[in-house]
Design a protein around this ligand. Structure first.
Ligand SMILES: Cc1ncc(C[n+]2csc(CCOP(=O)(O)OP(=O)(O)O)c2C)c(N)n1
Ligand SMILES: [Mg+2]
Length: 426
């Protein structure tokens, strides 16, 4: 039985013999969506209040469906459970520390935290091999950690230090690690999706054209609900399905794009349905339940790895903080926030572990302590690391530097003593 049968799934709808080839056969038929009411969102000029009412119904549906589904049927072992617990604890604790450090002036620019969404990163990325690739967004710290980038390197990058994973030149929104096949955080929404599609194409090319038999690499492309209204998303779904690329498109639907409710912005809010429209399976999963996410991820990654092509997975999740640390978060309703906080994925996994005797409370405390130490150490490491030299400023700038940052004498203009005063010879 396909793992997808435990969740909501709509198989690719064959509309011609050509598409029929792409249609997976092992997948169960569509069911009602977990988090959204079956009806379309209000699209008349009705008031925001009316839309708010519909949104409340959405939350209620989540509760009803959860009761019907009961606890997940997945059986997981102790090792797997503890790996997920540790990864989620690290994600949460790291982000809480980022907030502290940001407000103490240790970080610059926008910083977007991932609190509440950990089940998605952990559920997907912890299943990957080191060779598999991840393409992220500006909400990328936790994806980097799940992929194995050390906390020290991520924190130092946030502090803008030379020891950061991009030598301090990327910052919060641009985590990258070649060693870990983290192909980047991307600040422009949707910008990472074609990059991920290209990475998946290169895996297929290496395997099928260059005959590298061991190349079974899969790429995960993460992005938000708001990003799905961007053309690049749809263009890439088309290419990935057409070429049967080894990629999973993972939508982290946290219901908001900055201050815009998903239900107000999207003609059909059920994003997962766009998969079958392009000839690939579409799946909706409860993104607050790491076990369910992992179950879906396992099937989607396996499907990509065996050459059966892409899957679109919509994970319904929620961010517990504002859009960025500069956002006062005044637009989302307190009862909506409280509803999702009551479904905190880290708390749910802990409960599951204890109820199924996979570990004791004191064993989990040992992990919590270890994570506290890792995060403390990351801060100390970042704080005591060196800032990059000024000469690094124009490295990796691909535009012709003549007339831009390098003077006729071949020296960086930023090294001119008057540079910061605006009196340099430019
Ligand atoms: C191409 C582009 N247009 C607009 C923006 C401004 N912007 C930053 S975040 C964001 C909302 C994205 O929402 P979503 O995709 O749901 O991701 P989330 O922040 O919820 O994780 C927008 C529109 C941008 N970064 N890039
Ligand atoms: Mg969003």
């Amino acid at each position: 039985m396909s793992a997808f049968s435990a969740v909501k799934i709509l198989p690719a709808q064959p509309i011609s013999s050509r598409h029929r080839r792409l249609s997976p056969t092992a997948l169960a038929p569509a069911n009602r969506l977990l988090g959204f009411s079956a009806s379309k969102p209000l699209c008349s000029s009705s008031s925001v209040v009316a839309r708010g009412r519909q949104h409340r119904a959405v939350s209620a549906n989540v509760v009803i469906e959860e009761k019907q589904l009961g606890s997940t049927s997945t059986v997981i072992g102790r090792e797997e459970a503890l790996d997920m617990y540790e990864d989620m604890a690290l994600g949460r604790s790291f982000e809480d520390m980022c907030a502290q450090m940001y407000y103490r002036g240790k970080m610059f620019g926008f910083v977007h935290l991932y609190n509440g969404q950990e089940a998605v990163s952990t559920g997907f990325i912890r299943l990957l091999t080191a060779r598999d690739s991840v393409v992220s967004t500006y909400r990328d710290h936790v994806h980097a950690l799940s992929k194995g980038v050390p906390a020290r390197a991520v924190m130092a990058e946030l502090f803008g230090k030379t020891t950061g994973c991009c030598r301090g030149q990327g910052g919060s929104m641009h985590m990258f690690s070649r060693e870990h096949n983290l192909i980047g955080g991307f600040a422009f929404i949707g910008e990472g999706i074609p990059v991920a599609t290209g990475a998946a194409f290169s895996s297929k090319y290496r395997r099928e054209v260059l005959k590298e038999e061991k190349c079974e690499d899969v790429t995960l492309s993460f992005f938000g609900d708001g990003t799905c209204n961007n053309g690049q998303f749809l263009e890439c779904l088309n290419m990935a399905a057409l070429w049967k690329l080894p990629i999973v498109f993972v939508v982290e639907n946290n219901l908001w794009a900055i201050g815009m409710s998903h239900l107000r912005a999207t003609s059909d809010p059920e994003i997962w349905k766009k998969g079958p429209a392009f000839g690939m399976p579409g799946v909706h999963v409860d993104g607050m339940d790491v076990l369910k996410v992992r179950e879906v991820a396992r099937e989607a990654v396996a499907r990509a790895r065996r050459g059966d092509g892409p899957t679109l997975v919509e994970c319904e999740t929620y961010r517990f903080r504002g859009h960025s640390l500069a956002d006062p978060d005044e637009l989302r309703r307190p009862d909506e926030k409280a509803h999702y906080v009551s479904r905190d994925p880290t708390v749910a996994l802990k409960k599951y572990i204890l109820e199924h005797n996979l570990a004791t409370e004191s064993e989990l405390k040992v992990i919590d302590k270890k994570i506290d130490d890792v995060v403390e150490d990351a801060v100390e490491f970042a704080d005591s690391s060196r800032l990059p030299p000024r000469s690094q400023l124009l490295e990796n700038v691909f535009a012709d530097p003549k007339g831009f940052g390098i003077g006729p004498d071949g020296k960086y203009r930023c090294e001119d003593p008057g540079f910061t005063q605006g009196t340099a010879q430019v």
